[in-house]
Design a protein around this ligand. Structure first.
Ligand code: ZN
Length: 232
């Protein structure tokens, strides 16, 4: 899952607008930021497969050190620890990070181990079962969460137009037709692992930071308006 993770983050932030955006909006992608680093380093193993839809074009052969259930708990605790100074922020950060595993579960093709090197794997496999349909389903999932965030924010006078535009662009960018992974899957090794890892890490870090800026800027506009009115 890609844009769906950020949509979960938008919903968490909208439910708790008093909490800072960054621990939530980077938190939802933290497991994939680690995945990218581990894939580039060769700790994770991925196998190019142009039939592996809807947009990854790789089979996730071994991703246990960042996408097993146990490591999802460990990484979420680690991410929460970065924000230990405020317990509420740490809790939201941890929940945002662990939501990544829960959102990946229905999509992944049985490649989510219980713990590193475990025989038992999770993943309902909607990617494999529905192909392009699973990309559309992710869009619907994201749209519902963004609609919730939009409604909650609007009640406080916050307009989520620009964050929503960014998410829509990301949804189209990682579509079966425009996904850069199709080209990466055709590369030789080690370039395929390096490029796959780099793209995933950048693909969660940069949009996560951008989304944080856009949400903060939308929030700030509301913080300023009542004060301006009070002064006039
Ligand atoms: Zn993931």
């Amino acid at each position: 899952m890609y844009v769906g993770h950020f949509a979960v983050g938008m919903a968490i932030k909208a439910a708790k607008p008093e909490l800072p955006s960054l621990p939530i909006l980077l938190g939802v992608g933290f497991m994939d930021v680690v995945y990218g680093v581990f894939t580039a380093l060769g700790i994770d193993r991925v196998t190019p497969n142009l039939k592996s839809g809807p947009y990854l074009f790789f089979d996730l052969t071994f991703i246990d050190w960042d996408h097993s259930l146990l490591m999802a708990v460990v990484l979420s605790l680690l991410w929460a620890t970065f924000f230990y100074k405020d317990r509420r922020v740490a809790l939201a950060a941890g929940i945002a990070s662990f939501s990544h595993f829960l959102a990946d579960w229905p999509m992944h093709n049985n490649d989510l181990a219980l713990y590193p090197h475990a025989q038992a794997h999770l993943g309902f496999g909607l990617w494999g079962k529905l192909g392009t349909g699973s990309w559309a389903l992710e869009g619907v999932f994201a749209a519902v969460l963004i609609a919730y965030a939009w409604r909650e924010s609007k009640e406080r006078g916050v307009n989520l137009l620009w964050p929503t535009v960014l998410l829509a662009l990301m949804f189209v960018n990682l579509s079966p037709w425009l996904s850069p992974m199709k080209f990466v899957a055709a590369l030789d090794e080690p370039a395929a692992h390096l490029a796959n890892g780099a793209l995933v890490t950048i693909g969660f870090l940069v949009p996560g930071l951008l989304l944080t800026c856009l949400v903060n800027s939308a929030e700030r506009k509301v913080a300023v308006v009542p004060r301006a009115r009070a002064n006039s």
